[in-house]
Design a protein around this ligand. Structure first.
Ligand SMILES: [Fe+2]
Length: 215
């Protein structure tokens, strides 16, 4: 069971890495944005929409599958889980502000909407950093205090309740740019044939969206 928790914790850390990476990229791309550049504005809106789907799926999956298990009154961590949920609400608020701004930017390509997107991202980054630091320091303890079989089942479910298209994109997103121990951990968690299918189905499109947004 410790192995299941380690796998779940590792995947959580790699997802956080992908979120942090993309938030930094969006921020950087907006700093370099030239008002009126419609192609870049559309590309950024597209990339943000996909990022939004990934992050939303991640925290909704935690709330749906993992929180009921680690927040079970028998495990004695109800307050901790309430705190994690409050942090998710801050992420949801930052996402909503950013989503509106990127949506408008995609059609206007205006300096004002680029500024609004930058402000939304700053809000989102702060909320995400606070929450990720909390999860990364306490998740293991919370999982170890809960029913081991239920924790194992929750982590499995979190990996399986995405649509097939989302799942294929997710693997490209989390797997992008991994090296060393991170790559080894990812490869140990996602079987090679699944990674291959993801590459075939989503790899080219994923690379194209990335190039259009920040190259
Ligand atoms: Fe979370």
């Amino acid at each position: 069971m410790a192995d299941m928790i380690t796998k779940g914790e590792t995947m959580n850390r790699l997802i956080h890495r992908a979120v942090r990476r993309d938030l930094a990229r969006f921020t950087d791309a907006l700093q370099r944005f030239t008002p009126g550049d419609r192609a870049r504005a559309t590309a950024l809106a597209d990339a943000f929409s996909r990022f939004d789907t990934m992050l939303t799926h991640h925290h909704e999956g935690e709330e749906r599958n993992l929180w009921p298990v680690i927040g079970d009154p028998g495990a004695g961590h109800v307050d901790d889980v309430a705190g994690l949920t409050t942090e998710h609400e801050s992420i949801v608020a930052g996402l909503a502000t950013s989503r509106d701004a990127f949506g408008r930017l995609g059609t206007s390509a205006s300096a004002a909407d680029a500024g609004a997107a930058t402000a939304g991202l700053a809000q989102l980054r702060e909320a995400a950093e606070t929450h990720f630091a909390h999860e990364e320091s306490e998740m293991r303890e919370l999982c170890e205090a809960a029913d081991p079989a239920a924790v194992g089942a929750a982590f499995k479910k979190m990996g399986r309740d995405a649509s097939p298209a989302e799942g294929m994109w997710f693997m490209q997103w989390v797997g992008e740019g991994l090296s060393g121990q991170d790559a080894a951990a990812f490869n140990a968690t996602i079987p090679a044939p699944v990674r291959m299918i993801s590459k075939v189905v989503a790899g080219r499109r994923y690379a194209k969206v990335q190039r259009a947004a920040w190259s």
